[in-house]
Unconditional design. Sequence first.
Length: 689
Amino acid sequence: MTTATGTNSLTWRIFVGAAGVVAAVLIGTLLLAAASVRRTAGRELDRSLDRTRQLVVTFLQGDRRSLAQSATVFAQNPNFRALLENPGPGDMLDQSLEAAHLLGATFVQITDAQGVRLARSDEPQAPPTLLARSPLIAGALRGEVRSGFGVTSDSTLFQAVAVPIPGAGPGVVRGALMVARTIDSSLATAVKRSTASDVVFFTLDSSGRARIAASTLAPSPELARFVGGYGATVTKDAAGGTEADGEPVVTRRTDVVLGGEPYLGLGGALLSSGGEPLGGFVALRARAIELAGFRDLGLRIGLAGLAGLLLAGVFSYLLAQRISRPILGLAAAAQRAADGDYATPIEAEGPDEIGRLAEAFRVLLGDLREKQSLVHLLQQREEHRGRTLAANDDATVAAAGPSGQGLTSGRVFAGRYEILAPLGQGGMGVVYKARDRDLDDVVALKLVRAELVAMDPTALERFKDEVRLARRISHRNVARTHDFGEAEGVYYVTMEFVAGTPLTELIQTESRLPLSATVSLGKQLCRALESAHEQGIIHRDIKPPNIMVAPDGLVKVMDFGIARPVEREKGRTKTGLVIGTPDYMAPEQLLGEPLDARTDLYAVGVVLYECLTGRRPHQADSSMALIGVKLAQEPVPPHEVAPDVPVALSRVVMRVLARDPDARPATAAALHEELVHAVLTMPQIPASP
């Protein structure tokens, strides 16, 4: 009996435990938040620097493409080419000035076909110097468009493009047009507006020392020292690099403090057309920029944590009540079940864990009620128990013994098994109840018929297969196979002895089984077959004589004598060979087609149909006629034969009896679930018949 004190005690224990866990999680979250924020900010800082570096590269590449396209158009102008072929005094200087103006270049140089400078826009008096040694000009004279970075006055950084000036014929180069544009603070400012990161461009003078060329940061000794050190890093990282023609070489990340503010830097080396580092750039991201947003996030997490801590108590108490109430109800139902009352109603609340627990308990009570129905049925019909409980120890059954005589009670077979009583005989052999004197255990001893071995050499192999396969199945609803051997010229197998009643006798005695007993029988058959099918084994001969019901209601599937793996072994089963009992065989089995787990499920459907209606689903005067009927006609639904059969259960049976295997449940587990669902949708079935 559950008391109010017990209820309160459970509720408060759950409340204190849940509230304590919530509080611990929240406090732990707050403690870890700072470290997590810092790590996240670091990763975001790296990503921001990568974006800034990539934007600088994109701007430079875009500027280079623009210069190259504009210079190519200018170089291909017919008037310009005509002047180059026959220049007058001052013509080339005028053309360089016009090109610089039109292209927005800092300066422009023009050379002839030998690479001798003809004019430079920013130096009108520039002498005719040979520039062919420059990789930039040399490439243009070969007909290529080349680009790269350059330095003037040790601190002015520019990007240059050289294009060929075409001559009159194909492949003829009349000279080179070089266009240069200075990299100044406007580019750095544009990058900062887009990324909020500072950018510093620098050059490397003739001595290798870095000088600031453009920057979004105010000049300072700290910045100059940092750029000087970073310039040495650029020179080292770019040495031996393979990237050239204006593509920056990425350098390593570095930390620096400027004006008391920590920064993280990432940049690249700017190379000449020949691959020589002439300068570089570095993107600087203030750590405070990233940390500011994450600090605000941390504060919000803290406030949310405190609010959550206050609400945790309320929710924990409500949760405790929600958990304890159904659990206490289940405890009361379990107590009543222990006293033999399985009719306690269980409320299944919702799809959560408590609801699933209640649903599972409801299903369990249903199984117990159904199993109790089998127990009552056996108790009321104890006088009709099968031969497995017979006490006629003097009976003799014809056996495949060495002399053709049966084994009598008291005889010791194979020097180990003491015969207690005959149990029966089937297509493969004779079965005795025997005592294993070595293990002092009662077993079922099955002797294979000698004439079968003589008539069919494959019979012995099939019998051996029976043992090998059956030993792989270990389930409480399957009769366990123990051993295999040969003695006195007879092959034998020992199995678990099941004291119970064959389902055949129950059906013969009662004609129809109670609904609850039938459902229990079907569920237990499904569990047994699920275990066998998981091992790749199908029974092929599920029928009432092979189903034993123990006094406690436990169903045992017997005689896996014709069981085979789902994949047939070559040389063991002939094509078209039909093994089994036609009344319970699936259409594909009758036709000798490949079989699978659904073949056994069909047989289960026939057994359930017979238990529910008292007759088999197909009736005929002969085996051949029966086969024809099964292949051509659908059976009458069970609820039409016996009106008290629930429609939901009748539909499940009809699905299993479908002629097309694809229309049946795919597995024994699926059939079990359908039976459970059908029972849950029906009014409560009485436990006793």
